[in-house]
Design a protein around this ligand. Structure first.
Ligand code: E4P
Length: 223
C-alpha cells in the first residue's frame, strides 16, 4: 500500500519523505489556500511540492465546465512528470477524464462518495479514484464500507484503476484500508505521526535504557 500525504505544506512533505514513508502527495484547493495565506504564490507552491515529492502529486482544477477543466488540466499536466490532475466526479469531469486519458495525462478522480461513481470514473480512464471516507463517517455512514465495495467491483471486472483512500481521519481508517487491499491511502501529517508511535514502544525503550545504564552508566558505547 502506497502512502501519500494529504497536504500542501512543503515542510510536512520533506519530513515524511525523510522518514522514508512518502510515496506521493495529494493537494486540494482548501489545503492550497491555507499555504497561500502565508504569502507564497500558487505557481511557486506547486513547483516546490512537485520538486520535493518522490512520486505522484495530485493538483486539482478549480474550473467546473469541460473547457475550463481541460485548459487547467493541460497546464497542470505540463508542469512535471510526477503531476497528476485531480478532477471532480461530475459529468463534465468524466468527459475531461476521458480526454486527458486519451492524451496520456494521469487523472485522480476526486470527491467520490459511492462505489458506482468509482466504477464510472474508472471506465472514463482515471488512474486513481479518491473515495472520501471521513466525510461519509461525518454524516453517519460507514465510509470504509465503500472501499470494500469498490475493491470487490474492481476485482470482479479486472479494473486496473487504483483505489486511493482519501479523507482519512485516524489510524483505523489506514488499518482497514490495508486489510481491504487499497492501493493508496492519503493521510494528513497528524495521522502519519500518530501511526509511528505506541505507548508500549516508549515504555519498552525506557526499560531497555534504564537496565543498560545500571551496568554502563552514561559512558561511551563499548563497541
Ligand atoms: C483527497 O485527496 C482530499 O484532499 C482529502 O483527503 C480531503 O479530506 P478532508 O475530508 O479531511 O478534507
Amino acid at each position: 500500500m502506497k502512502i501519500f500525504l494529504d497536504t500542501a505544506n512543503v515542510d510536512e512533505i520533506k519530513k515524511v519523505r525523510d522518514w522514508g514513508l512518502l510515496d506521493g502527495v495529494t493537494t486540494n484547493p482548501s489545503l492550497a489556500a491555507k499555504e497561500l495565506a502565508k504569502g507564497i504564490s500558487f505557481k511557486e507552491l506547486v513547483a516546490q511540492i512537485l520538486k520535493e515529492t518522490p512520486g505522484p502529486v495530485s493538483v486539482e482544477v478549480v474550473a467546473t465546465d469541460y473547457d475550463g477543466m481541460l485548459k487547467q488540466a493541460l497546464r497542470i499536466g505540463a508542469l512535471a512528470d510526477n503531476a497528476v490532475v485531480k478532477i471532480p466526479m461530475t459529468l463534465p469531469g468524466l468527459k475531461t477524464i476521458k480526454t486527458l486519458t486519451e492524451k496520456r495525462i494521469p487523472v485522480n478522480c476526486t470527491l467520490i462518495f459511492n462505489p458506482l461513481q468509482a466504477l464510472f470514473a474508472a471506465k472514463a480512464g482515471a488512474e486513481y479514484v479518491s473515495p472520501f471516507v471521513g466525510r461519509l463517517d461525518d454524516i453517519g455512514e460507514d465510509g470504509m464500507s465503500i472501499i470494500d465495495e469498490i475493491k470487490t467491483i474492481f476485482i470482479n471486472y479486472n479494473i486496473k484503476t487504483k483505489i486511493l483512500v482519501a479523507s482519512i481521519r485516524n489510524p483505523v481508517h489506514v488499518l482497514r484500508s490495508a486489510i481491504i487491499g487499497a492501493d493508496v491511502v492519503t493521510m494528513p501529517f497528524e495521522v502519519v505521526s500518530k501511526l509511528t508511535s505506541h505507548p508500549k514502544t516508549d515504555e519498552g525503550l525506557k526499560r531497555f535504557l534504564d537496565d543498560w545504564k545500571k551496568d554502563f552508566g552514561d559512558g561511551d558505547f563499548p563497541l
